[in-house]
Design a binder for this molecule. Structure first.
Ligand code: SMG
Ligand code: MG
Length: 368
């Protein structure tokens, strides 16, 4: 398939809530949206790099640079045989996985559209709807945390994840567990603890959490393995898993028993599929993480989450939670904690050009 034109947009969309984590706060979703055009079809990829390098090393700025200077020149005007063909062409670019994923996911959409299949089917998805949970940012008080959980349990989400940081972590989890004895509950520390402060993590063990996500440093698998030995609750890794190689090492070391897969963090659907294979061999359950995606990224997430190994509810909650107005139609919405998997060609949702124009800050076109 010959990619004729690439359109790279910087987009900003206000969030409907302040999302606070142990590493910062997001109020505006700022991201790059890539459109690849070929024979009258458009494939869309959303880059999940954030404004600042606090969750991951990449930013909107660095991803824009790597896309413009190194990745888009590999595809614009080129005959690309498959998404895997792009992966091999881009293999000499190290790291920069979020930038790579923007191209790879746009190509996946484009190839699926060209063959008239849904992206879910093209990836090997087997579910017609995915179970979804919700990730709740750190609220000002313990009481606010419980109220926020009540609201989202009422909306039918199948799992509640609380963002935590050292401080009132144990108090919050205890209060939520007392108010909701039987919900599926998890926590995500975004690497805010160390082995020296891990007593606070161990203090969460009695609350029947489904898993504890990324408690320790993003580069430290050995410490996670050591912590795991002192916990009954499984550890789930997010930031530490950038590839199938990382997944294999982490599982072999006993650093995790669950994996959060984010397409952007691992460089695209191809790598997500390889992690899926590694995890299946080891009997490790997966779930699909979130990066506060707009409609394109959300649809890409729903497609991968329809694979059989994604057996736990993910963070892909309803679009209307995040945005007044999304850039795709129909918006991706969950009912009773179930989100239908689009069946139309590619990502199965259409980009709303009028909305996209309104939220576009800058636009750069690349032609052969
Ligand atoms: O998409 O609802 C969402 C956010 C899910 O908690 C979420 N993401 O570490 O898993 C994580 C965080 C990373 C992004 S924080 C802006
Ligand atoms: Mg996480």
């Amino acid at each position: 398939m010959r990619v004729e034109v690439a359109v790279l947009r910087h987009v900003e969309m206000p969030l409907r809530f302040r999302f606070r984590t142990s590493f910062g706060e997001t109020t505006i979703k700022s991201f790059l949206l890539l459109e690849l055009l070929s024979s009258g079809l458009s494939g869309f990829g959303e880059c999940v790099a954030e404004a600042g390098p606090f969750y991951a090393p990449e930013t909107v700025g660095t991803a824009g640079h790597v896309l413009s200077e190194f990745l888009l020149p590999l595809v614009v005007g080129a005959e690309i045989a498959s998404p895997e063909d792009f992966e091999s062409r881009a293999a000499r670019v190290r790291g920069n996985r979020m930038a790579k994923a923007a191209v790879e996911t746009a190509l996946r959409d484009l190839f699926a559209k060209a063959s008239g299949t849904s992206l879910s089917a093209a990836l090997g998805g087997t579910r017609t709807a995915i179970e979804v949970g919700v990730s709740l940012g750190i609220s000002p008080t313990v009481a606010d945390t419980v109220e926020n959980v009540r609201k989202h349990v009422g909306e039918g989400y199948r799992r509640i994840k609380l963002k935590i940081e050292p401080g009132t972590d144990v108090e919050r989890v205890k209060a939520v567990r007392e108010a909701f004895p039987s919900i599926a509950l998890t926590v995500d520390a975004n690497a805010a603890y160390t082995l020296a402060t891990a007593d606070r993590i161990r203090a969460l063990d009695p609350f029947g959490l489904d898993y504890i996500e990324q408690p320790l440093h993003h580069e430290d698998l050995a410490d996670h393995a050591e912590l795991a030995k002192t916990l009954r609750t499984p550890i789930c890794l997010d930031e530490s898993i950038r590839s199938a190689r990382d997944a294999r090492t982490a599982i072999a070391l006993g650093a995790c028993r669950v994996i959060n897969v984010k397409i952007g963090r691992v460089g695209g659907h191809g790598e997500a599929l390889r992690i899926h294979a590694v995890a299946a061999r080891a009997g490790v359950p997966l779930w699909c993480g979130g990066m506060l995606e707009a409609g394109v990224g959300r649809a890409q997430n729903v497609a991968v989450a329809s694979l059989p190994g994604f057996s736990k509810p993910g963070d892909t909650s309803s679009s209307s939670r995040y945005f007044e107005e999304d850039i795709v139609t129909p918006p991706l919405e969950a009912t009773g904690g179930l989100m239908p998997v689009p069946t139309g060609p590619g990502i199965g949702v259409a980009v709303r050009r009028d909305v996209l124009e309104r939220v576009t800050v800058t636009r750069k076109d690349f032609r052969a």
